[in-house]
Design a protein around this ligand. Structure first.
Ligand code: ARG
Ligand code: ZN
Length: 472
């Protein structure tokens, strides 16, 4: 009896909810405020798939005012009553499919309430208009947007997009991009992909138009605004090469150029190991004020620090390897960061061997012996470092050791076949460490659980250096 009563009440409740959902009758629901990444619960959003971003802005370096419009083309992946975008700047208006939508902003989430429910599978055109000073916005005390004396830099990982354009900010939702920024005449704007043109505006400003035609990560999308020397050429493979060097590099301008101008050569070297270069343009940007290098798709950014004391082609080899590992094949979740940093670090060892400065084996032996067994270095697990340790040295160095251990165990043929198959299978998409381990086992025909458990997922210094054990 009481059971029956409960069932009756339950059915009535469900019926009431269905009526409230409106004429569609279906259970249109809000998209989730996060995409489900345990490292960053608020990153990305649920309920839609972004396909293209058209970012069209004006930037005034003198007061750090960034204003304009981002138009997002997307597809609803559920019946949507509302959805979120990740964004920090002050929004003026939002339109969804040409109708004004109401919105609220809090904690880096732009919550959009469209006039009508959006049916699963339908196309969305979302127009967000905004104006703000990005350098005034911080998250947990951190400001990713960097104001410089002559412009600004939007270059960071894992998060930069919320400081300059609204997005589904996660590597599992890639899209194509048009980045168009107008600046006062005499200021330069660099971004990803091809420069489709610069146009003089009637107000004495110049608009710079950049286009990325291959799926691109939100964090990989950058803009560098300031005073740059721009060098344009064509690679031997026929792709446009655009390099940019900040003014005032001083005595290390030569060293920086001597490394970055070799971008086509280094990409050609790496494609011999990883397969065809996946993008439509090449280049690099050297600038002060970021403190790191970042693998921006088609055009990495490099801090001047890398050349202050001499030449450094290793950082170029590292960021360019990320074009395959990080940009074309992106992490499925941020815990998979080893697939980016371990692989790009290993590419440095391949480059070292190529330029005659130490074989991969010698690099492996050196790094293995660099950290004594009681060094905290061995406490960080490259396979799941935690959000706070995503870019810890262990993810890079122990990560590269892991790949050398794999290479030693399976041999060169299976090792490089695994890398090339990986890149081909997951091109322009994303993948996880578990999938890599499965592929390595499939290609080699070996059971590799012990190897990966030891190197990626167990604290402490592995007893044997990579390459010193015999293949079973
Ligand atoms: N992926 C970059 C690299 O190639 C690291 C970026 C580190 N990000 C940061 N905010 N420090 O090494
Ligand atoms: Zn890296």
């Amino acid at each position: 009896m009481s059971m029956r009563r409960k069932i009756t009440v339950g059915a009535a409740t469900a019926c009431t909810l269905a009526l409230l959902a409106g004429p569609a009758g279906a259970a249109a629901a809000p998209g989730a405020p996060g995409i489900g990444d345990p490292y960053y619960p608020n990153s990305g959003n649920g309920g839609y798939d972004a396909l293209h971003y058209d970012i069209r802005l004006n930037y005034q370096p003198s007061n750090d005012n960034l204003s304009g419009t981002t138009t997002i083309l997307a597809k609803a992946t559920q019946d949507l009553s509302r959805f979120n975008l990740d964004f920090l700047l002050n929004v003026q208006s939002v339109r969804v499919n040409n109708k004004v939508a109401s919105f609220t902003q809090q904690g880096g989430e732009l919550v959009v309430d469209p006039k009508a429910t959006l049916a699963k599978g339908s196309d969305l055109t979302v127009v967000v208009t905004y104006s703000d000073s990005p350098s005034t916005k911080s998250v947990d005390g951190y400001t990713a947007w960097k104001k410089t004396p002559t412009g600004a830099l939007a270059i960071d990982e894992p998060d930069i997009a919320p400081w300059w354009y609204p997005s589904n900010n996660h590597p599992t939702d890639k899209a194509t991009f048009d980045v168009s920024v107008a600046v006062p005449d005499g200021v330069e704007v660099i971004s990803n992909g091809r420069l489709t043109g610069t146009t003089k505006q009637i107000n004495g400003w110049t608009r710079w138009n950049w286009r990325s035609t291959k799926p691109q990560n939100t964090y990989s999308t950058f803009v560098s605004i300031g005073q740059f020397e721009i060098r344009q050429s064509t690679s031997p493979s026929g792709l446009p090469v655009v390099n940019a060097y900040a003014e005032g590099l001083g005595e290390f301008e030569g060293a920086a150029k001597a490394s970055v101008e070799r971008t086509p050569e280094i990409l050609e070297f790496e494609s011999g190991f990883f397969g065809p270069y996946p993008f439509e343009a090449q280049g690099g940007v050297v600038t002060g004020g970021i403190g790191f290098a970042l693998e921006n798709q088609t055009r990495p950014n490099y801090d001047t620090a890398f050349w202050r004391r001499g030449g450094n082609t290793y950082v170029v080899a590292h960021e360019l390897a990320h074009q395959w590992f990080g940009d074309s094949v992106s992490v499925h979740g941020w815990k998979d960061i080893w697939l980016n940093e371990g692989f790009a670090s290993y590419a440095e060892w391949l480059w070292s061997e190529h330029v005659g400065e130490g074989t991969a084996q010698e690099n492996s032996d050196y790094v293995y012996s660099l950290y004594p067994a009681d060094d905290p270095f061995w406490d960080v697990l490259p396979g799941d470092p935690g959000a706070a340790n995503q870019f810890d040295g262990a993810v890079y160095d122990r990560g590269a050791l892991t790949l050398h251990a794999l290479r030693s165990a399976v041999g060169d043929e299976a090792f490089f076949t695994t890398l090339q198959t990986w890149v081909a299978q997951h091109q322009y998409s994303d993948a996880s460490i578990d999938q890599f381990i499965a592929l390595a086992e499939q290609v080699s025909g070996q059971q590799l659980d012990d190897l990966f458990t030891t190197w990626l997922f167990t604290k402490g210094k592995p007893a044997q250096a990579p390459g010193t054990f015999s293949v079973s």
